[in-house]
Write a protein that binds this ligand. Structure first.
Ligand code: NAG
Ligand code: NAG
Ligand code: NAG
Ligand code: NAG
Ligand code: NAG
Length: 331
């Protein structure tokens, strides 16, 4: 009886150990639910259990946005590890994102599932719509944006000036030119033309300012034309010199934006003819004697007139004397 009981309990003990060992081995040989690489998903069967006994198989497929190239989708639990599928998947392509008029899509990041393409406009154009499209499994998100030409606001009015030419549109567009001019007597500072630029602005606007040129200083000069100061933009004045002075430089001056158009003229005292040199020491003398006639010729003429005058007076005196003598003799 005792022996039998011992035998039974021993047997049950051993079997428990064996069961235990078997179950441990079996648990170890099970596979967990596989973690798949991107692009693969499990079919429904894979979600029915958390653990899979060794030898069981599952089927995988290409995930959303991926398409099958080739291969077998079956994976097998091989003693705790899943075999890798021979299935090969690739990202689906969304194809061309479309044509942006007056712009383009930068597709350098590809046009496959997961990609984002960004639209850019040509210079002077701006995006209207969403500036990107994303490639999803169903295709591109959003619509193709458009690029519209940039518009600038109304060109500003300026004091003492006006717009003399502008495009006949409600708002000037990129590249349009607006031209300003100043009222009379005002000088235009800056550039007369402004352009609607790629930022939708005009850059710097010209201004119309008064110009005051300082009264010209011409020593020994006389104003011969134009009025007295103040001298505004485009005022005109002309100069001559006092007697005995000769004008050098420009006799006419115009008041410009950056001052007078010319340097002030100078009145130089006329040169007095130097007396003829009598020295013979100069090596120039010999040639000077023969070539100096033109400048001295004036003096010679004067001298000749003097001599002629003297002779005439002498002759007249002689005649007079003769007359007086004759009269006295008669009387
Ligand atoms: C995939 O492989 C398994 C075993 O490796 C096989 O039983 C099954 O028929 C194969 N399926 C296809 C579609 O080739
Ligand atoms: C299962 O995979 C793990 C990690 O990759 C590895 O260490 C282990 O040896 C594999 N087991 C079998 C039975 O192949
Ligand atoms: C496109 O985008 C890439 C990266 O964002 C940039 O390096 C490249 O210059 C862009 N190309 C054009 C034409 O805009
Ligand atoms: C447009 O704006 C950018 C950045 O503000 C500036 O660097 C550029 O000079 C501007 N272009 C013009 C033509 O003003
Ligand atoms: C005469 O003198 C002038 C100025 O002194 C000089 O320039 C010129 O060369 C001289 N001529 C001769 C022939 O010596």
């Amino acid at each position: 009886m005792d022996m039998q009981r011992i035998g039974v309990s021993c047997l049950s003990g051993v079997s428990t150990v064996i069961l235990c060992l078997v179950s441990v081995i079996c648990v170890n040989a099970q596979c967990e639910r596989p973690i798949l690489e991107p692009g693969f998903v499990l079919t429904e069967d894979g979600y029915k259990k958390d653990k899979f006994p060794s030898g069981s198989s599952l089927s995988v497929k290409c995930g959303e946005g991926y398409s099958k190239i080739r291969g077998n989708s079956t994976i097998v639990c091989d003693d705790g590890n899943w075999t890798s599928p021979t299935l090969k998947c690739k990202k689906k392509s969304c194809g061309s994102p479309g044509e942006v008029i007056n712009g383009y899509f930068n597709s350098s990041g590809g046009t496959e599932f997961g990609a984002t393409v960004y639209a850019h406009c040509n210079q002077g154009f701006e995006i209207v719509g969403t500036a990107y499209r994303q490639c999803y499994a169903f295709g591109w998100t959003h619509r193709v944006p458009t690029c519209e030409i940039l518009k600038c606001g109304d060109p500003p009015e300026i004091d003492n000036g006006r717009i003399i030419s502008s495009p006949s549109k409600e708002f000037p567009e990129y590249g349009d030119v607006i031209e300003y001019a100043c009222e009379k007597n005002y000088f235009l500072f800056g550039k007369a033309q402004i352009v609607c630029n790629e930022n939708g602005t005009y850059g710097s606007i010209p201004t119309c300012g008064e110009i005051n040129c300082p009264p010209p200083q011409v020593e020994n000069g006389i104003r011969t034309g134009g009025g007295p100061p103040p001298y505004k933009y485009k005022s005109f004045v002309s100069y001559g010199c006092k007697l005995g002075y000769t004008l050098e430089g420009s006799d006419q001056l115009v008041c410009e934006g950056d001052g007078w158009s010319h340097e002030f003229p100078k009145c130089r005292k006329d040169e007095v003819i130097p007396p003829r040199r009598t020295s013979t020491a100069s090596p120039n003398t010999s040639t000077g004697a023969t070539t100096s006639s033109p400048p001295v010729s004036g003096g010679d003429t004067h001298k000749n007139i003097g001599i002629a005058c003297g002779i005439a007076i002498a002759v007249l005196s002689l005649i007079c004397c003769v007359c007086v003598y004759c009269k006295n003799k008669k009387g």
